[in-house]
Write a protein that binds this ligand. Structure first.
Ligand code: HEC
Length: 170
């Protein structure tokens, strides 16, 4: 009996230790930093593929806080509204109703703006690696397609969505 209890406690510890070693891969310690840098991307990919270590901003080019001002840039929002149509978002999204994808009126109150931009720029990777996007895919059953939106264009669309969220409150 005592041996069994011992196993129950020690086995998980061994397993955890084993995984940790596997991630760091090098044991010599001489070029640890260099190697770590080289393998960082691979490890990150592996980690994110398991649904771990994805920042709250999601996966994509926007990893720095945007620090947006409260006020809406009206000109930018107008450009975003045009892009929302031109880039084909309207085929799958409406502001107030569920279509192929979720309604987007309130999305700026539900997700960080950085996450929204990454979702617009990099949807294929988001739905594979970001836990929130993965859940959405489960719910909607259709993968959002990449509409070739640049960072600047995504920023404009974000402004349009920020404006839309404010307009509802009035
Ligand atoms: C082919 C249909 C389709 C197109 C085109 C599309 N989307 Fe999506 N979108 C979806 C679906 C479906 C989801 C939910 C996640 C999933 O299933 O991939 C989604 C999710 C989103 C989300 C996250 C919503 C939430 O509740 O968090 C945002 C933001 C978004 N889309 C914006 C856009 C924008 C902006 C465009 C245009 C550049 C666009 N989408 C084009 C189908 C589409």
């Amino acid at each position: 009996m005592r041996k069994r209890y011992l196993l129950m406690y020690i086995l998980p510890i061994l397993l955890v230790a084993g995984c940790g070693g596997g991630n760091k891969s090098e044991t010599s310690g001489t070029t640890t930093e260099q190697k770590a840098q080289q393998t960082a991307t691979v490890e990150q990919t592996q980690a994110t593929a398991q649904g771990e270590q994805v920042s709250e901003f999601g996966v994509g080019p926007i990893q720095e806080p945007l620090n947006l001002p409260e006020t809406i840039d009206e000109a930018l929002a107008k450009k975003g509204e045009e892009l929302f149509d031109k880039k084909g978002c309207t085929a799958c999204h409406e502001l107030d109703n569920r279509k192929v994808g979720p309604p987007l009126r309130d999305v700026v109150n539900q997700r960080p703006p950085e996450w929204i931009m990454n979702m617009i720029i990099n949807p294929e990777e988001m739905i594979l690696k970001d836990p929130v996007a993965k859940k959405l895919l489960e719910e909607y059953g259709v993968p959002m397609t990449n509409q070739n939106v640049s960072k600047d264009e995504a920023r404009a669309i974000l402004e349009f969505l920020r404006k839309a969220a404010k307009e509802k409150k009035n």
